[in-house]
Design a protein. Structure first.
Length: 290
């Protein structure tokens, strides 16, 4: 996998402070965010690189490993372990491990510019991450998408009902392995934008609707919107404020459970009339005194 200079991605130098990193990330994330650049694949790729760079450089330990090992920073612990083993086998103490010893160790791990073959253990390639942005109405049915990752097109079937922030793993499509090791994995995180008037809770949808006081007291029928149609609801006489009504099967698809759907939960909010006429006020007084 090609080396990505995270400092260059964030347009900062290696002496940047935590504050510098945060400011650079916020500036670039706003500039290249998919919502600001719809249908712009180049901006999407840039946004992913910015997030990846920020994730590494904003973490003190990850940044230290990245500065030392570059694109292979995720294998730093393995490298350090083998380095310690070589120290022990050569009889070196920790303080006696000098730059020449380190250079020899690194060549034994990766070979040198003279084309020397690897002589140490193999390691899994770098894992990759990508975000897929969808609208809530997009997840009512399973759909197929093609992602361009690491120079390859990957066909992906997105199950209906996927959650916002949910991450799935696709094995073997990440970075190339080190010394014949397996390829890394691809982690895809779904970002679901709610483009409806409903609130989501898992596979259930919630909505508060106003109910006039007359219908609440006397009962009646009202029409309510669902994601796909309108339904008629019967309101029982004496309905109280914050009464909840569950509509089975009118929510979102249940993830990876075919033909199963959540509830649509309606909460009634009783609307108190205003700007009453004198006659209406008198009628309410009569009710109050009866």
């Amino acid at each position: 996998m090609a080396f990505i200079d995270y400092y260059k991605v964030l347009e900062i130098d290696k002496s940047a402070t935590e504050s510098d990193i945060k400011k650079a990330y916020r500036k670039l994330a706003r500039k290249y965010h998919p919502d600001v650049n719809p249908n712009n694949e180049a901006a999407k790729v840039k946004f992913q690189e910015i997030n990846e760079a920020h994730e590494v450089l904003s973490d003190t330990e990850k940044r230290k490993k990245y500065d030392q090992y570059g694109k292979d920073w995720k294998h730093a612990d393995e490298f350090d372990k083998q380095k310690q083993q070589q120290r022990s086998s050569r009889g070196y103490s920790t303080d006696g491990f000098n730059d020449n010893d380190y250079s020899s160790f690194f060549e034994s791990m990766f070979g040198n510019t003279g084309g020397r073959s690897y002589r140490s253990g193999s390691f899994k390639g770098q894992d990759l991450a990508s975000d897929v942005h969808l609208k809530l109405t997009d997840i009512l049915e399973a759909q197929k998408q093609t992602l361009s990752v690491n120079g390859k097109n990957i066909r992906l079937t997105i199950p209906a009902g996927v959650e916002d922030g949910q991450t799935i793993k696709i094995s073997g499509v990440g970075g190339e392995g080190v010394n014949g090791g397996p390829k890394g994995d691809l982690y895809i995180t779904f970002k679901i934008q709610n483009n409806t008037t409903f609130k989501r809770e898992g596979s259930n949808l919630l909505k508060t609707i106003e109910l006039d006081i007359y219908t609440a007291v006397l009962g009646g029928e009202i029409m309510v919107d669902t994601l796909s149609s309108k339904v008629k609801l019967k309101v029982v006489p004496g309905t109280q404020n914050n009464t909840k009504v569950k509509l089975k099967g009118k929510g979102l698809p249940v993830y990876k459970k075919e033909n199963e759907f959540g509830y649509l939960v309606i909460t009634y909010m009783i609307k108190i009339p205003t700007n009453l006429t004198d006659k209406q006020i008198e009628l309410f007084k009569e009710l109050a005194n009866s």
